[in-house]
Design a protein around this ligand. Structure first.
Ligand code: 6U4
Ligand code: NA
Ligand code: NA
Length: 161
């Protein structure tokens, strides 16, 4: 039987003299080890809302504060992995208002990148298909089916609006 687990993923954006930047983190442990990703994780029963779960993860992993109301929902993505009954459902958010300075945690090493020079080769393979659209203010809904290697996309369908 298939079971679906709910996750958040949040991208923080800022503008400074260098132009538009995005906060990404290198995953230091667990699932996606070594990959450059947004901040997020499993939604816990104690989270009052999905947006609050995303804000909690940003605090835990990057040490910055984003109010739940400043979490803009921009996507819904389903991931499957070959030979794994568990399906991941990821709720994607963008935030442009935050407090504090991003700082390294046990789980993530945060770093700002220029939005026009995102190193997609260091990210999950699906990111290049939809993250550019989110940076233009669009939304994404879709599904990516990965092989067991967690690199190869064997099937995908997604809508950008
Ligand atoms: P622990 O270690 O229990 O605190 P937790 O932070 O709850 O973990 P974690 O880090 O395993 O959960 O969550 C996985 C993160 O990776 C979520 O933010 C979703 C994200 N993720 C998984 N597959 C992805 C993919 N193909 N593309 C993507 N993000 C993905 O962009
Ligand atoms: Na996480
Ligand atoms: Na976490």
């Amino acid at each position: 039987a298939t079971s679906v687990k709910e996750y958040t993923l949040a991208f923080v954006l800022r503008n400074n003299e260098d132009g538009a930047q995005i906060l990404l983190g290198t995953k230091k442990r667990g699932f996606g080890l070594g990959k450059l990703i947004g901040f997020g994780g499993k939604i816990e029963p104690s989270d009052a809302s999905v947006a609050d779960a995303a804000a909690r993860e940003l605090m835990e992993e990057a040490n910055i504060v984003v109010r739940g109301s400043d979490m803009q929902p921009v996507g819904s993505l389903v991931y499957t992995f070959e030979n794994q009954p568990q399906v991941m459902h990821m709720h994607v958010f963008v935030a442009t208002a935050f407090e504090g300075e991003p700082a390294e945690s046990d789980e993530m090493r945060p770093e700002w990148f220029q939005c026009d020079a995102i190193p997609y080769d260091d990210m999950w393979a699906d990111e290049r298909f939809w993250l550019p659209a989110l940076l233009e203010g669009k939304t994404v809904v879709g599904q990516f089916d990965f092989a067991q290697d967690e690199v190869t996309i064997v099937a995908s369908k997604f809508d950008i609006a």
